[in-house]
Design a protein around this ligand. Sequence first.
Ligand code: NDP
Length: 256
Amino acid sequence: MAALRARTVLLTGSNRGIGLELVKQLLGGPRPPAWIFATCRDPEGPRAQELRDLASRHPNLVLVKLDVANPSAIADAAKIVEGKLNGAGLNLLINNAGIYAQVSLETVDSEEMIRTYRTNAVGPLLMAQAFLPLLKKAARNSTEKGLSCSKAAIINISTVMGSIEKTSESFFKPVISYRCSKAALNMLTKCQALTYGEAGILCVALHPGWVKTDMGTQEADLTVDTSVRGLLSVLPVLSEKHSGNLLNWEGKVIPW
Ligand code: NDP
């Protein structure tokens, strides 16, 4: 299996669930990145204790405060990361943070639609804008041919629930605000791929499966360990032929 050779990685929502497991498995992998920027809303708070414990044992793990729903927090985080990278670029941006609410067409309101859209779709858009100079720098500095996660990539953690073609298979859970926000994230991924490809940046949306986390609940199919192992084995094989697509944790393309 190909190994991920990204030297610098940044993740959002990394204090629990899939984000935290991504940090753990990246740190424990055969070629851990030189820098992992694990961002979360409250790195000093009780919900980031595991992340702080990891940072105390791994000098390549840097905790950065970042609320993806707050544009000025995104800009501040980009400045901190740029300073820490000291002239190097960012190989891999993983937009993982997300929220989910059990609302139907009858119960959803405008506030809930906008709240979820701001985190799940606008957040990843602003993250890519803010970190674009660092991603471009990584692409320019790379000797790799073509597009890859080892060179420069934006990975948007999406879901099959944002696939319009697949909606009827899971509509017993309407989750309207979540579905609409992730359909927007899927569209964003396509637009990013068409725009940023020229600069050498791969853009892919990944569905992690139905995973046992606070969001997925303990009824879910996959352990977080299995899902993240899958995601991390898909990342190294992604290339220009995948850019602008939605794939699952096994690397299979999901129709939009
Ligand atoms: P969890 O609810 O377990 O964790 C969500 C993470 O996102 C937390 O770290 C949370 O931080 C963070 N977060 C939420 N809002 C913000 C924000 N405004 N700024 C920064 N961080 C934020 O979810 P999962 O780990 O299960 O989900 C991770 C991603 O995977 C999401 O994008 C989700 O949509 C996607 N996904 C998950 C599936 C599943 O079955 N679990 C299925 C398909 C997709 P805090 O602790 O501060 O709240």
